[in-house]
Design a protein around this ligand. Structure first.
Ligand code: ADP
Length: 499
């Protein structure tokens, strides 16, 4: 059965990205297309997208959306996901979306985020009608799209063309909820009767995440373990009631890695040093030397090079990483490379560490896709001691690049990395720990560094990880099954018919 799937998403690589959501929405549509499904995306026309150098054409379609007392105009542009035929529709509204960042600046959310994404959600529904888009499944991603299921189940639910649309709401990170003061409810245009503890209200506020959970036909998140973890505190972030109520409709599907973009055999950022599972020793040695040289660290193949790339926030375990760096830097023979941006406290702490130990610690406080690739290739170990990790993509990239992941066993990390402890050595692909403490991370790193000294054992570990396939194939098939199931559930609930 071929389904028409429309992705409502704020991010998709290579158009714009702040994290894993962008990776997923840029690569899953390709994988679905390969399975014979019809996919398209609809996104806000963020400045990053319009300035990225891709071609966009006018559709000639304009509209106005009521936002509280205002009527806000918008228009629709059309293009494609680069290097594909997957259509992308952009909702242009310069006041809302032509800004330096997607959601906020200098650690502060934009004050009118509620208004911006109320507009976006209503504009998606207007676009479906005006562009006559065929949609069986509206696949909504994270809080900024979470009003869509509510509109479809209320104001729009009994009218063509919207009455045939089933919604899947995917939670990429439950902690980012879109929580706004209650008067913003007036911006949505929805009846205040929905502002109740089962649907849109959360401790007196309007909560987009809760709304998506309450109204979607099915809900998914990005790994089986995270789908379980979010049913209870602390990882439920207060949503346990709503999620348990929808437990029958909640699914966990692992993200895949995009091996077109993340493949050490073809990675343009590695220049001549590309490598595969047969040539990784030579290739990684060259990439490591290049990385050490470019970051001003001593070029030394024997010293273990520990790396991390990501948002510098508590979630990612940087309090543990920085504590172990402080303990190890004076005496332990290890090099550290950190690439990321985020919380100013980590910017400060990491900059201090880099200036105290320039021979051992290199820190880059920026967003650099190129360096992220070079770190994946050049490092020996990749650290992800996350407090929680809905799926995590970097450990999948690390496995492919022969960079052994050291992870905390949570969410997708628990689902994808097998610890090299006794008993599982034949399957091991990395190192894991459970307790969220600097001691547990340090012990695990000691184990990893000891294993690194055993060259034959390390080669086997690397080879095993590189040989695994975490591409989208399997997960995309699971999404197709879930779309079909979502259609059936919507049909069952409302009497709509699906293809
Ligand atoms: P999350 O979505 O929670 O941020 P993921 O591991 O799922 O974490 O995905 C993060 C993605 O963003 C990865 O592709 C990672 O390489 C990328 N990324 C994060 N920070 C940076 C940075 N400073 N420079 C380059 N890439 C980054």
């Amino acid at each position: 059965m071929t389904l028409n799937i429309l992705f409502a998403t704020p991010e998709a690589v290579p158009l714009c990205k702040t994290g894993g959501l962008g990776d997923v929405c840029g690569s899953l549509p390709h994988a679905l297309t390969e399975l014979g499904q019809q996919t398209a995306l609809i996104m806000p026309a963020f400045r990053q997208i319009l300035e990225a150098g891709y071609a966009w054409e006018e559709t000639g379609q304009t509209f106005t959306i009521p936002i509280g007392q205002k009527r806000v105009p918008g228009k629709l542009l059309r293009g494609c996901l680069p290097a594909s035929d997957v259509p992308v529709y952009l909702i242009e509204q310069a006041d809302y979306f032509d800004r330096p960042q997607l959601y906020g600046e200098q650690g502060e959310d934009y004050q009118d985020n509620c208004e911006r994404f109320v507009f976006y959600c209503q504009a998606v529904l207007a676009a479906i009608k005006q562009l006559e888009l065929p949609v069986d499944i509206l696949h909504c991603h994270d809080w900024s799209t979470a009003l869509l299921p509510a509109y479809l189940k209320t104001q729009y639910g009994d009218r063509a063309p919207w009455d045939r649309i089933a919604t899947l709401y995917t939670i990429h990170n439950l902690a980012y909820q879109g929580d706004f003061w209650h008067w913003d409810m007036a911006l949505t245009g929805l009846d205040w009767k929905y502002f109740n503890w089962r649907q849109m209200e959360f401790y007196g506020n309007l909560n987009f995440m809760k709304t998506g959970i309450a109204f979607a036909d099915a809900i998914s998140t990005v790994s089986p373990t995270y789908a379980q973890e979010i049913l209870r505190p602390p990882l439920s972030c207060g949503m346990e009631g709503g999620l348990r109520h929808r437990q029958e409709d909640l699914f966990g599907i692992l993200n895949g890695a995009d091996y077109e973009a993340w493949n050490p055999g073809t990675d343009a950022y590695l220049g001549e040093n590309v490598y595969d599972v047969h040539s990784f020793e030579e290739g990684k040695r060259a990439c490591k030397a290049e990385l050490q040289r470019s970051l001003g660290l001593p070029v030394d193949p024997a010293v273990p090079l520990l790396a991390s790339v990501g948002r510098l926030v508590d979630q990612k375990g940087f309090d543990l990483v920085t504590r172990v760096m402080q303990q190890w830097a004076p005496a332990q023979p290890a090099q550290w490379v950190i690439l990321g941006t985020g919380d100013p406290k980590y910017h400060q702490l990491l900059s201090q560490l880099a200036s105290d130990y320039p021979q051992k610690i290199a820190v880059k406080l920026e967003f650099s896709n190129e360096l992220a690739h070079q770190i994946e290739a050049g490092a020996d170990m990749f650290l992800m001691p996350s407090q929680y990790e809905p799926c995590g993509l970097n450990q999948l990239y690390s496995l492919k690049y022969g960079t052994v992941p050291v992870v905390r066993r949570t969410g997708g990390l628990a689902d994808t990395v097998i610890d090299a402890s006794a008993g599982t050595q034949e399957q091991a692909t990395g190192f894991g720990f459970t307790e969220y403490t600097a001691l547990a991370l340090a012990d695990t790193l000691q184990r990893a560094v000891a294993a690194f000294e055993d060259r034959a054992g390390w080669r086997a570990l690397v080879r095993r990880g590189m040989g695994q396939d975490w591409s989208w194939g399997r997960s995309a098939t699971q999404y197709v099954e879930l779309y079909e199931e979502t259609c059936l559930r919507a049909q069952h609930r409302a009497g709509v018919s699906c293809p």
